[in-house]
Write a protein of this length. Sequence first.
Length: 115
Amino acid sequence: VQLVESGGGLVQPGGSLRLSCAASGFTFRSYVMSWYRQAPEKERELVAVITSAGGSTTYADSVKGRFTISRDNVKKTVSLQMNSLKPEDTAVYYCNAKLGSRAYWGQGTQVTVSS
């Protein structure tokens, strides 16, 4: 099982980034996919969730209207489009796959929002 995130980096406040997560080794289309983030000295928090077929999404209040989660069950990828980025969005972003009691994590990708 592998979840490999990419797309992180340094961006100025107000800018945009698109994170991607490539999945392999499990039945991707059956799993709920999520993005989490963890800032220094803070707990990991849920950012966005998308159901297995992609028909429903949920967002943390702090990112609503700015971030969009999407998935491609053919390519086995999940993405997070992040717009209007703020310094408080700085964190390591993790991809998560969950089905019942099974859960898989990626290694994370750093997002830094700074001028």
